[in-house]
Design a protein around this ligand. Structure first.
Ligand SMILES: CC(C)(COP(=O)(O)OP(=O)(O)OC[C@H]1O[C@@H](n2cnc3c(N)ncnc32)[C@H](O)[C@@H]1OP(=O)(O)O)[C@@H](O)C(=O)NCCC(=O)NCCS
Length: 161
């Protein structure tokens, strides 16, 4: 007989800032997720530019996913930019992506951003669905944004204070 206390939900991931030692694992997750992955040098450089908006999720002691964000100041507006974001396939659909996104959006708000923006491949319907369910709207398309000529969809969420 299964009692309610026998059903153990997956543990909440720990979300913490990235250190240099995390980068090889981040690169491995990136290579699983994308056809045109960033390399070790780009992830390392991002750590020097964006140390406060760069997070990993740790589940069961393992790095399960990461997100790289940046604050962009246009002079008229400050907004957060989601530059790179992936969860290892084995850990998807366990709310790890949601936990990373929540922490990043919180940091964007702390750093005075009025919204959060990202580019996603037109063909990446799963990610578009993920963002839409979390308050993002389509704003425009950028033709030929990716190396293979695919268009990007720009999605944005405005924060309400
Ligand atoms: C997008 C991504 C980061 C989401 O991470 P995750 O840990 O699976 O996300 P969560 O478990 O928090 O949320 C899953 C949600 O995403 C959506 N989703 C995920 N995979 C989906 C799929 N194959 N089809 C449709 N919706 C999907 C659903 O809305 C789901 O919400 P629900 O659980 O409320 O139904 C992950 O799928 C990923 O790494 N994808 C490959 C890399 C990528 O596309 N990155 C974004 C580039 S812009």
């Amino acid at each position: 007989m299964i009692r309610s206390h026998d059903i153990i939900p997956p543990p909440h991931p720990l979300i913490r800032r990235v250190t240099l030692a995390d980068i090889p694992t981040i690169v491995a997750i990136e290579n699983e997720a994308f056809a045109d992955p960033w390399d070790n040098a780009i992830f390392t450089e991002a750590l020097s530019y964006y140390p406060t908006t760069y997070f990993v999720a740790v589940s069961g002691g393992n790095i399960a996913g990461f997100v790289v964000g940046a604050i962009e100041d246009t002079g008229e507006n400050i907004y957060g930019h989601i530059c790179n974001f992936a969860v290892h396939p084995q850990y998807r659909k366990q709310k790890i992506g949601s936990a990373l996104l929540n922490r990043l959006e919180q940091q964007f708000m702390i750093e005075s951003a009025t919204g959060s923006q990202l580019e996603v491949r037109e063909s990446n319907l799963a990610a578009q669905q993920f963002y839409r369910c979390r308050g993002y709207q389509n704003v425009f398309q950028v033709g030929g944004y990716y190396a293979n000529g695919e268009d990007a969809l720009v999605m944005m969420k405005w924060f309400r204070f």
